[in-house]
Design a protein around this ligand. Structure first.
Ligand SMILES: [Zn+2]
Length: 150
């Protein structure tokens, strides 16, 4: 079985893609990097590759060895980030074929969501990168804020 590989994504910039067939539940790769007590700095493209384990405890996934840093967010993801202690792996949420894009729910809170538009194109996409359980709340909030007459 081959490791996933980065490639051009229709969602955003570079994405992560399966190079083998995977069954639902397979571990695709690990979100790897040193532990840190703050989110890592943004890269030249303005993207940060940190994963928050709990408040004040992060995995700094900025290193080249961390394939998972290429995975885009999707509102209809093909993988999920599963934590085991201080380790996080991306597990397939469905069967995948070579070439399928590997995405997961970044799980952003409301404060981060409105600075991160989502272009995943999934039918249920809320337009912003926000954790799935918060999507209905954000949608109601934005509906109330929408100016009349447009
Ligand atoms: Zn989306």
């Amino acid at each position: 079985m081959s490791d996933p590989a980065p490639g051009p994504s229709r969602i955003h910039g570079t994405g992560l893609f399966a190079r083998s067939s995977h069954r639902k539940g397979d571990r695709l790769c690990r979100f790897s990097g040193p532990l840190a007590d703050a989110p890592p700095a943004a890269d030249a493209a303005g993207r940060t590759h940190g994963l928050e384990l709990e408040p004040g405890r992060w995995i700094d996934g900025s290193t080249d060895a961390n394939l998972a840093r290429h995975a885009n967010h999707s509102c209809d993801p093909t993988a999920e980030a599963v934590r085991d202690g201080d380790r996080v792996s991306l597990l397939a949420l469905r069967d995948l074929e070579p070439g399928d894009e590997i995405t997961f729910d970044y799980g952003f809170g409301l404060a981060d969501a409105l600075q991160n538009p989502c272009r995943c194109g999934a039918p249920g996409c809320g337009g912003w990168i926000v954790a799935a359980p918060l999507r209905p709340l954000l949608r109601r909030h934005l509906l109330r804020r929408r100016p009349t007459g447009d």
